[in-house]
Each structure stands twice: as structure tokens, then as C-alpha cells.
Design a protein around this ligand. Structure first.
Ligand code: ACO
Length: 380
């Protein structure tokens, strides 16, 4: 019988999971039984992390205790922050982030124990510290001193505070919180799969998360939000969108960043919400350029993809780009922001993986030569 090959692991179920359900035909994303559109509207990131990790939304007391636990962990070891001072100013923030996660392992009192209590301890630490070191790198590369976290602020509020040094408005904090909730979890996407596959050797959490950060960086995955903004900046105007899209699609393998998804055949539910956030920010700020350009790109892509009989729609990265732009972030920070959110989903998956592990070991079909006659070095 011919062996089956599922390139890109397309359609392969690697295990069962209790965390997240995605229906790509209906455009449905569910965290632990709750629809993402309801969560994005009604709960904070901290509640979502608790839900992803514990399986239930917290009551008031549980939420207060969880917030307290995280706030006590916000501060990153000075030695790790000092590594940023030695990096070139033009280092990519995702390289800096990967370095920070890896370095944190060496400053942890018990990095290698993958028992449930220890990985939960490390998970809380990573969720609390991702925003702190991301903001610290941003400031250091701009010649500014990092700002200490404020234990009284939420993850979203603190992140904005540590970037600017100013108390963020309630409206900006809410937008940041919604964006982080929407990016917190998404099943066995590439980086989560990488985290689980790495953990399946029973290596430590820091190694698994370092690998996940590395995977997220790629432009076909979390790096697409940066690529979307770089594309919009390069085009520069609404009028330039159509010629750009037509030209790109006419090239062999030409891709428009922020469109397409392995699972969704209809609009990504996160893109629907982010589109409205982007529309709202454009109206509020009076700077509608990036939103208008995004709408035009969506329109032209819809027409062109329908012509080719393809269901290629905007994904989560598409409208998040204009949202982050209007919040004032530089474009190479967009993927680190994604990681600040996704660390919670990665950790939820690591709790499952370490809790009931089997090493991941897929196969390749060998198609190379066989039975070759060996020649010693001098005869080749
Ligand atoms: N622009 C133009 N055409 C596209 C795009 C796109 N963005 N995405 C897919 N297509 C076309 C492909 O050319 C292909 O056409 P073909 O069958 O004629 O060759 C068809 O749609 C299927 O594409 P695949 O690459 O086979 O789809 P796959 O599931 O392997 O890839 C991916 C999914 C990587 C997301 C792809 O759609 C892509 O490259 N998108 C752009 C990058 C991007 O936005 N990534 C972020 C994804 S969301 C996330 O990771 C957070």
C-alpha cells in the first residue's frame, strides 16, 4: 500500500486536547467551550489565561489571587535585561525575545523539573515577564532606560505603561487587552505544535518556549503582522493597493501577507473583531489611512481570489497590523506583542503535553538513492 504523506502535517491529529476548538468552515474559535467573540467583549486577559490553564473562568476571589500571583512575578532579573544592552540596536525584537527566554532558564531556581507544580510556577513567571522584557528591549534599543512594572496594573496596562512611562488611558488598555485575548490561543498552530513537540522529549519549559518563539517569528506565522504593515508602508496609498496585489499575484508563488489560513475557509473570527477595532481607532484618531488601505486590500483580494475559486480571507495578522500601528507600535514589535499574548496558550498546551506525554516522532518517506558502492576518500 502507498504510504500517505500529509505535507505540512495537514489534517493530522496528534492527540486529543481540552483547550481550544476551531471550526474553519463556520469561522468559529472556542476557548474551553466559550466563543471568542463573547470572551473578547466581556473578559480580561487575566481571566482568559486562568480559563485556558484551569479550564474554568475564575470567580472574583480566584481572579484577585491570580492577579496578585502574576504581579509579584512581573520583574525580570537585571542580568537578563542587561543582555539587551549588549545586543546591537538594530537587533530584531524577536531575536532579543528568544535570547531573553533562553537566558531566563539559567536564572530559574528549578528550570528542569517538568512536574505539574513546577511547570505551573514557570508558566506564571513567563506570562508575567514576557511584557516586561519586551518593553525593556524596546526602550533600550531607543536609548531609554527600562521602566519598572507597576504591580497595580493589568498585563495589558502594564505593557503600555512600561513602553511609554505614561499611565495608559482606559480606552488604550481595553484595545490592548482585546488584542491580547484574541491572540492568546489557537490550537496546534506551528509555534504551539513546536512547543509541544519540543516538550515531548521531556526537556524543560524554557527550551520549549524558546523554540515556540523561534517558530512564531516566521512570516508565514506570527511574523505576518509585521510583514502586513511593511507591505502597506511600501505601497503608501489606497490607490497603490490594486496594482500591488495584481502584480504580486501574477508572480509565481506570490502571496499577500495577512491572507490565507490552513484551517479557516471563511473569515477568521479574530479578523472580524480586529477589523472593527481598527475601524474604531481610525475614527477616533482621525487617521484612517491604514484602515482604508486594509479595506481596499481586502476588497481586491476578495475579487481576485473569487475569480480563482479560492477561499483566501484575511487572517488575525491582517487587521492587527493597522490596530498596532494606530496604537503607536513600530512594525517590528507586532510579532513580539503576539508572543506576549500567545505565551498563555503555549503554556496551556505544555501543561497538557507534560501531563500525558508521548515523544513526537513522525516519519519522512525516503526517496534518495540506495545500495551505493562506497569509495574511500582518495578515490572520490
Ligand atoms: N496570498 C495569495 N495566495 C495565497 C495566500 C496568500 N496569502 N495564501 C494561500 N494562497 C493560495 C496559495 O497560492 C495556494 O494556491 P494554489 O493551490 O493555486 O497553489 C492556495 O492558496 C493554498 O495555499 P497553501 O500555501 O497550500 O496553504 P497553507 O495552508 O499551506 O498555508 C498560510 C497557509 C501559510 C497561512 C498561507 O495562506 C500564507 O502563506 N499566507 C500568508 C502569510 C500569513 O498571513 N501568515 C499568517 C497566518 S495566521 C497565523 O499564523 C497567525
Amino acid at each position: 500500500m502507498e504510504p500517505t504523506i500529509n505535507r505540512g502535517l495537514d489534517g493530522i491529529n496528534i492527540d486529543t486536547s481540552q483547550i481550544c476548538s476551531i471550526d474553519g468552515m463556520k469561522g468559529e474559535l472556542i476557548y474551553r467551550g466559550y466563543d471568542i467573540s463573547e470572551l473578547a467583549d466581556k473578559v480580561s486577559l487575566e481571566e482568559v489565561i486562568y480559563l485556558l490553564w484551569e479550564g474554568e473562568l475564575p470567580d472574583r476571589q480566584q481572579l484577585d489571587a491570580f492577579r496578585q500571583e502574576l504581579s509579584e512575578l512581573f520583574t525580570v532579573p537585571t542580568e537578563v535585561i542587561d543582555i539587551f544592552r549588549t545586543l546591537p540596536k538594530d537587533a530584531h525584537p524577536m531575536h532579543a525575545m528568544r535570547t531573553a527566554v533562553s537566558a531566563l532558564a539559567s536564572f530559574d531556581e528549578n528550570p528542569d523539573d517538568v512536574g505539574a507544580a513546577n511547570i505551573r510556577r514557570i508558566g506564571a513567571k513567563l506570562v508575567a515577564q514576557f511584557p516586561t522584557f519586551t518593553a525593556a528591549f524596546e526602550r533600550i534599543r531607543n536609548g531609554q532606560e527600562p521602566i519598572d512594572p507597576d504591580p497595580g496594573l493589568s498585563i495589558a496596562g502594564n505593557f503600555l505603561f512600561m513602553l511609554s512611562g505614561e499611565r495608559p488611558s482606559e480606552a488604550a488598555t481595553k484595545v490592548m487587552d482585546v488584542a491580547l485575548v484574541l491572540h492568546a490561543e489557537h490550537g496546534t498552530n506551528a509555534s504551539t505544535f513546536v512547543a509541544r513537540a519540543t516538550a515531548s522529549t521531556l526537556t524543560d519549559v524554557y527550551s520549549a518556549i524558546t523554540a515556540a518563539v523561534s517558530s512564531l517569528k516566521g512570516p508565514l506565522h506570527g511574523g505576518a503582522n509585521t510583514a502586513v504593515m511593511q507591505t502597506l508602508e511600501q505601497i503608501g496609498s489606497v490607490e497603490g493597493i490594486e496594482p500591488y496585489v495584481l502584480d504580486t499575484l501574477s508572480q509565481p508563488g506570490g502571496r499577500i501577507m495577512g491572507f490565507g489560513h490552513r484551517v479557516y475557509r471563511v473569515l477568521d473570527p479574530r479578523a472580524i473583531i480586529l477589523k472593527e477595532v481598527s475601524r474604531h481607532l481610525a475614527q477616533e484618531s482621525g487617521d484612517s489611512k491604514w484602515f482604508e488601505m486594509s479595506l481596499e486590500m481586502e476588497r481586491v483580494m476578495d475579487r481576485e481570489m473569487a475569480r480563482d475559486g479560492k477561499q483566501i480571507k484575511p487572517n488575525v495578522d491582517f487587521f492587527s497590523a493597522s490596530v498596532y500601528r494606530m496604537l503607536g507600535f513600530p512594525s517590528d514589535m507586532y510579532t513580539p506583542i503576539f508572543a506576549v499574548a500567545r505565551i498563555s496558550g503555549w503554556m496551556a498546551h505544555l501543561y497538557e503535553q507534560y501531563g500525558d506525554n508521548r515523544i513526537m516522532r513522525p516519519r519522512l518517506i525516503y526517496e534518495g538513492p540506495m545500495g551505493r558502492a562506497f569509495k574511500p576518500l582518495g578515490e572520490r
